[in-house]
Design a protein around this ligand. Structure first.
Ligand code: SF4
Length: 293
């Protein structure tokens, strides 16, 4: 067995024993369940996604069910998951699936990529996790595992580089089922063991081969890593404004929105941003609502 095949076997065997039982990994989730989970999991931890995912799938078990609703209902059901433009994109993808693909999430990577709101990562993840195909699936967890285990650096670059894509393609197992397992298992290793702040090398299946560890775990050399600040940001104000609209049963007056944030300029900027992103609709009478069409 060569070194790459040995790496595959170690990580996949670890995954078989330690993978979390998550609803989108069960066969009954289907491709739609996988797609919904991938939209929700971008930048959001599993624990926060789980309840929203369950409600979403029980309300909209097929893409056509979601497509039949207004985009505003998707934004409302998104709740406090954050980055609510994802709700609009998922709704747009559901409409396209219903209109162009007979209501079934397409299998073909290029067709997935052509759906609105579906980027390179999501297309690869759905093709791989739902349909067992062979694609490099590069999320932050996988990129961190590859950076450490193979490249020997503590963190990957800020944005995905051509070199990382090249490395990921080179590491892909040749056969489809193993490639799909490899994608899921490297992601899980990054989520559970090789975490950003405190990797647990003592329980890592590839510790004996990890380039970063073998080099003595050298400290990060690149630019300072961004912290996840939220309090006081426009994102926080947008979240508060959107919460008022989600909880309302109909359009709300400007005063109801003004009450959630003290600083008028920042509040106006946040509201303008929501309107230009299509998350909020201004009405001619000065009130606001979630988008209806
Ligand atoms: S040995 Fe440590 S740093 Fe290397 S891949 Fe495993 S958990 Fe990550």
């Amino acid at each position: 067995m060569n070194a790459t095949a040995a790496l595959h076997a170690l990580v996949i065997d670890w995954f078989d024993e330690h993978a979390r039982d998550l609803p989108w990994r069960r066969p009954e989730a289907g491709a739609w369940g996988v797609m919904v989970s991938e939209f929700m999991l971008q930048q959001t931890p599993v624990a926060r996604v789980l309840p929203v995912y369950e409600q979403w799938l029980s309300r909209w078990p097929r893409p056509a069910d979601l497509a039949a609703e207004s985009p505003g209902e998707a934004v409302r059901a998104w709740g406090r998951l954050g980055y609510p433009r994802r709700a609009l994109r998922l709704h747009g993808a559901a409409v396209a699936i219903a209109e162009r693909h007979g209501g079934d999430v397409p299998r073909d990577h290029a067709k997935l990529l052509a759906l609105p709101g579906v980027g390179e990562y999501t297309a690869a993840a759905v093709a791989s996790f739902a349909y067992g195909q062979r694609h490099p699936v590069l999320d932050t967890n996988v990129r961190r595992v590859f950076a450490r285990a193979v490249t020997g650096t503590q963190y990957p670059p800020t944005a995905t580089t051509a070199a990382e894509r090249h490395l990921a393609r080179g590491l892909l197992p040749a056969d489809e089922p193993t490639a799909a397992r490899w994608a899921a298992s490297t992601m899980e290793l990054g989520a559970l063991v090789c975490t950003a702040r405190s990797p647990e090398c003592g329980r890592c299946p590839i510790a004996a081969r990890c380039a970063w560890r073998l080099a003595g775990s050298p400290a990060h050399q690149g630019p300072p890593r961004r912290g996840q600040t939220y309090v006081g940001t426009d994102r926080q104000v947008r979240g508060k404004l959107l919460a008022v609209l989600r909880e309302a049963t109909g359009p709300v007056p400007q005063q109801a929105l003004d009450a959630v944030w003290h600083e008028p300029l920042q509040r106006a900027r946040a509201l303008d941003g929501l309107v230009s992103d299509g998350l909020v609709e201004p009405l001619p009478d000065g009130r606001f609502r979630l988008p209806v069409g």
